[in-house]
Ligand binder design. Structure first.
Ligand SMILES: NC(=O)c1ccc[n+]([C@@H]2O[C@H](COP(=O)([O-])OP(=O)(O)OC[C@H]3O[C@@H](n4cnc5c(N)ncnc54)[C@H](O)[C@@H]3O)[C@@H](O)[C@H]2O)c1
Ligand SMILES: [Zn+2]
Length: 348
């Protein structure tokens, strides 16, 4: 079993192993007199619910099932879930298990953060994206109609249990969404990881080492900047554009696929500007081998209108991530005119 320790305001371990879902019962903290609230969504419940209930049969477990998809990250759903926990007498010694993708993890972490001023929670992520990204680092949130993740808090989990065998049942679009974020890590920090990804990865191969590498890279960033005031913003590579594309497509594109386009646009723009010293084609090939899109049908005008409303706007500036070479990036402040000029150079 691989173990990655995260030393933030609270310290916790991320455990990674194929088949780990069959060991959850022995990994849980086993507090006396504790109930577990198993929060999941309908897809994960259909595929793994019975197996997980059997695994946890010797514990007191109450289950709550969300509808799959981003719409569940709403105040309305949150209130229903908080009221469910209240009816079930969930108290400060009980532990929530967020068993699903990033939606369940973000929603569950936020609910755990605010219910009775906070109970503990464990992440049991079931998608590639949630194992390499959303379950690590303690960002939790729900959405407002004005934008994604607009209300949330930092709450580190008690532990994260990653079983890469879960990927086998993912829809192709959901798997490649995770790969989009994994390639982002390679471009940001790690040429070796990028080279591995360049051959293309698939959901049936053993991805434990790739998950571990990404988790370590994210851990290093989160430890250096837990509350997202500096270095952690590097993780937003390609995200300014990705968010605009997601909104414009009315979420008909998965997040990581939009990130792939956003990253590609930044690679091209940085090449045009003489900042990126690598080969654009190499990044494009990597995306394509992983069935990821590399361009958008939307115009700069359409996307920029949305970028101006982006929540990451700080005053009249946006911190953008520039790529110098594969594995080396930096943050730079742009005003809107400068950012628009940059993005225009990257959109084909
Ligand atoms: N907190 C953070 O730091 C952070 C970082 C990145 C993304 N996010 C959030 O994560 C969310 C996206 O996460 P996601 O991509 O995991 O989406 P998701 O949770 O919607 O899961 C994608 C789909 O896969 C299904 N699914 C989950 N596990 C499965 C499995 N093993 N087999 C088959 N189907 C399965 C789900 O039911 C859903 O339909 C977004 O809400 C995003 O804002 C948060
Ligand atoms: Zn992302």
């Amino acid at each position: 079993m691989e173990k990655v320790t995260v030393s933030t305001s609270s310290k916790y371990e991320i455990l990674i192993e194929k088949g780990l879902r069959k060991k959850v019962k022995d990994l849980l903290p086993k507090k006396d007199d504790c109930k577990y609230i198993l929060l999941t969504d309908e897809n994960v419940d259909r595929l793994y619910g019975a197996e997980m209930s059997a695994e946890l049969s010797e514990y007191k477990v109450i289950k709550y099932v969300l509808k799959p998809g981003e719409n569940s990250k709403s105040f309305e759903e949150l209130q229903k879930f908080l009221e469910f926990m209240a009816r079930e007498d969930v108290n400060a010694s009980d532990i929530l298990i967020a068993f699903g993708g990033g939606v369940v993890g973000d929603f569950g972490g936020f609910a755990a953060g605010i219910y009775r001023r906070g109970i503990e929670y464990i992440q049991l992520p079931t998608t590639l994206l949630s194992q390499v990204d959303s379950s690590v680092g303690g960002k939790t949130a729900v959405n407002l109609s004005e934008g994604k993740n607009m209300v949330g808090l930092f709450k580190q989990p008690l532990a994260v249990y990653c079983d890469p065998d879960f990927f086998k049942t993912l829809e192709d679009q959901d798997f490649s969404s995770g790969v989009g974020e994994v390639i982002k890590y390679g471009v940001l920090f790690d040429r070796e990881l990028f080279e591995v990804l360049s051959h293309g990865i698939d959901k049936n191969q053993d991805l434990s080492q790739i998950v571990k590498k990404c988790v370590e890279l994210k851990r290093d960033i989160v430890e250096a900047d837990e509350y997202d005031n500096g270095k952690r913003q590097l993780l937003n590579l390609g995200h300014t554009l990705a968010h605009a594309i997601e909104i414009k497509a009315e979420y008909g594109i998965t997040h990581g696929r939009a990130v792939a386009i956003g990253t590609m646009v930044m690679v091209r723009a940085c090449k045009e500007e003489g900042i990126f010293i690598g080969e654009v084609q190499q990044v494009e090939n990597c995306m394509q081998r992983n069935n990821l899109p590399t361009s958008t049908e939307f115009s700069v005008e359409e996307l920029f209108e949305l970028i101006e409303r982006d929540k990451k706007r700080r005053g009249s500036y946006i911190n953008e991530i520039l790529i110098e070479e594969i594995g080396k990036c930096r943050l730079q402040k742009f005003d809107f005119t400068g950012l628009r000029q940059l993005i225009e150079k990257g959109i084909k």
